[in-house]
Design a protein around this ligand. Structure first.
Ligand SMILES: [Zn+2]
Length: 108
């Protein structure tokens, strides 16, 4: 097809004319555009909570990963990051508690 502004030949799937930058009124453009995937809400929540409340972040991330297996949503990386961060933090807290308990026990 041709740009109706400058008359140059452009791709049938172009949103804008690469020559003059004017938006095309291309019926194919929208249909062929890769639909932007919605990011799974729980994946985002889980990732944020992983830093604040690791146990809540862990639970949200696990649920998010389950949802992502069933739904066509984005956020798999976020859910995995939330899961790993939560686990790492829980392990650190766990080790810290053991050290504190051992120290208290040693003193008593
Ligand atoms: Zn043009």
């Amino acid at each position: 097809m041709y740009c109706k502004n400058c008359g140059k030949e452009i791709s049938d799937y172009a949103f804008v004319c690469p020559n003059c930058g004017v938006k095309t009124e291309n019926p194919n453009a929208e249909r062929n555009a890769p639909a932007e995937k919605k990011t799974n809400t729980l994946a985002i929540v889980g990732f944020i909570l992983a830093f604040l409340i690791p146990i809540a972040g862990l639970i949200c991330s696990i649920i998010a990963r389950k949802q992502l297996q069933e739904r066509d949503e984005g956020g798999a990386g976020l859910a995995l990051a939330g899961l790993i961060i939560s686990i790492v933090e829980l392990v650190i807290v766990f080790i810290y508690l053991i050290v504190v308990i051992a120290a208290v026990a040693a003193v008593m």
